[in-house]
Design a protein around this ligand. Structure first.
Ligand code: SF4
Length: 208
């Protein structure tokens, strides 16, 4: 089985990090753009977030913005009506309950509408640079294929990965696995024959 150190080394050699998975911005923008990114391709998330932040960029401004205007600005993203409501309500709650400052703990972030563990952990990693492991479908799938964990759900994967990976690797594992899942370890037909992890990966070895 691959060690945590080997895994990070192989992923860093395998993955082309052409652009950041999440732009390192202030925590509020990371929070809102991660909500917008749910079930949406990267390029559409970037368009929708860019349009939104060009007009409104603070919790105060967004809490006062008409929801129809927010819908119109983020309509490049999937489920934009639902997300526009989340964006407005999140902003109102941050102004009302957190003094206008984006909270920096998972428990506080989880009380915000539309925010699950993955989004909360993204805010910690990409907004506050705090160690956390955001587990999306890529991270869940790849970790189970490689065989470093054996889990049914992303939430279980988060707990299992926290045990497997020393904390010093937590901040970078999400972006490495997301890009690996988009470039090589595809949801269907992973490109095992060109993957540097093949000999250390349970799934890859079974393909031979
Ligand atoms: S060997 Fe195949 S399944 Fe394993 S990490 Fe690489 S692409 Fe994914």
């Amino acid at each position: 089985m691959v060690t945590a150190q080997e895994l990070l080394w192989l992923l860093k050699r395998q993955v082309k990090m052409d652009k950041p998975v999440v732009k390192h911005e202030n925590p509020f923008k990371v929070l809102i753009s991660t909500v917008i990114s749910q079930r949406t391709r990267d390029e559409n998330t970037a368009k929708a977030s860019g349009k939104l932040f060009s007009k409104y960029s603070t919790p105060q401004e967004l809490s006062e913005a008409p929801v129809e205007v927010i819908e119109n600005l983020i309509k490049n993203s999937g489920y934009f009506r639902v997300k526009a409501n989340y964006v407005k309500k999140i902003s109102e709650m941050i102004v009302r309950d957190f003094g206008g400052v984006t909270p920096s703990t998972v428990d506080e972030l989880l009380v915000l509408p539309g925010v699950g563990r993955k989004t909360a952990n993204c805010v910690l990693v990409y907004g506050f640079e705090k160690p956390a492991i955001p587990v999306d479908v890529h991270v869940h799938r790849i970790s189970n294929r490689i065989g470093i964990i054996k889990t049914e759900t992303p939430d279980d994967s988060e707990v299992a990965l926290e045990k497997f990976l020393p904390e010093k690797y937590w901040i970078e594992i999400n972006q490495l696995m997301v890009r690996h899942g988009q470039q090589t370890c595809l949801p269907r037909n992973p490109k095992c024959s060109v993957c540097l992890l093949e000999r250390k990966c349970v799934y890859g070895r079974n393909q031979k």
